[in-house]
Design a protein around this ligand. Structure first.
Ligand SMILES: [Zn+2]
Length: 261
């Protein structure tokens, strides 16, 4: 069974409420509008890269094509997961500890499809769902951990979730990494990847013209199959995410928004 067939079969099993159908149409329209009317093509760069991902799957959904593309050219890609992923949906039979282990293993498998070595994958294991609620000390420690990794790897590009991604952990990841970059004092290209932005937000209210002007599209046709395999590796998440939401990430383009670092 091919990966695509597997995903299609899986999706037939999932509920498809009218709300999800509306969200799917809405997010598809917004994605296409940005892609074909509002974005500039992102030229392939040989810059070394770090991807900061709040949960085990965001890096693959948002940046899987970019990661596979860079790894095929032998360019360093480091992936850092901020939370342990224990808040995920999926089978109720699993304990929190079990969910954490499952998601870590899925992340390693997904990133293997994309060509990232385990030594370049870091788990900061923060409590899932609490990145915006860290107390002063926890926030300071998290920023220092991120800063240490940035200083260690000296990336030329950093990818973070969009600052208005309609999810607390995602927006907090953007903020924490941005502060760490400033404290590290390095110059780096900062690119934001949208995960929930198109699905949850009334985009034209949330996004200002200057946000849309910073949109870039990356063609990932050559590595699309690798990305689909990596997405399929996250089987615990595919059970619980809306099928229209997953569909958007199976296509041949990724969208990024450049930010000022
Ligand atoms: Zn997430």
């Amino acid at each position: 069974m091919t990966i695509k067939t597997y995903l299609q079969q899986l999706q037939k099993l999932l509920p498809n409420t009218w709300i999800e159908q509306i969200q799917y149409i809405h997010s598809s329209l917004l994605f296409r509008c940005i892609l074909f009317l509002g974005s500039k093509p992102l030229t392939f760069s040989h810059k070394s890269t770090m991807v900061f991902s709040p949960h085990q799957d965001d890096e693959t959904f948002g940046c899987g094509g970019m990661i596979a593309n860079k790894r095929e050219h032998g360019i360093q890609v480091v992936v850092v997961f901020l939370t342990n992923g224990q808040g995920a949906g999926g089978s109720q039979l699993n304990s929190h500890d079990k969910i954490i282990q499952i998601r870590k293993q899925e992340a390693l498998t997904a990133l293997e499809f994309l060509g990232v070595e385990p030594s370049k994958i870091h788990f900061l294991d923060k409590h899932d769902g609490h990145l915006q609620k860290l107390n002063h000390q926890e926030r300071k420690e998290t920023i220092e951990q991120v800063m240490y990794l940035i200083e260690f790897y000296q990336p030329q590009e950093i990818y973070v979730p969009h600052k208005k991604d309609c999810h607390q952990d995602h927006e907090a990841t953007y903020e924490l990494v941005k502060v760490a970059i400033a404290q590290a004092g390095i110059t780096v290209d900062l690119l934001q990847y949208p995960i929930w932005l198109f699905w949850r937000s009334p985009l034209f209210i949330l996004l200002k013209l200057q946000d849309i002007a910073a949109a870039y599209s990356l063609s990932i046709t050559l590595v699309q199959e690798k990305k689909q395999q990596a997405i399929a590796a996250y089987s615990s998440q595919l059970e619980s995410l809306p099928r229209g939401f997953i569909n958007r990430f199976l296509g041949d383009y990724e969208i990024y928004f450049k930010a000022k670092s």
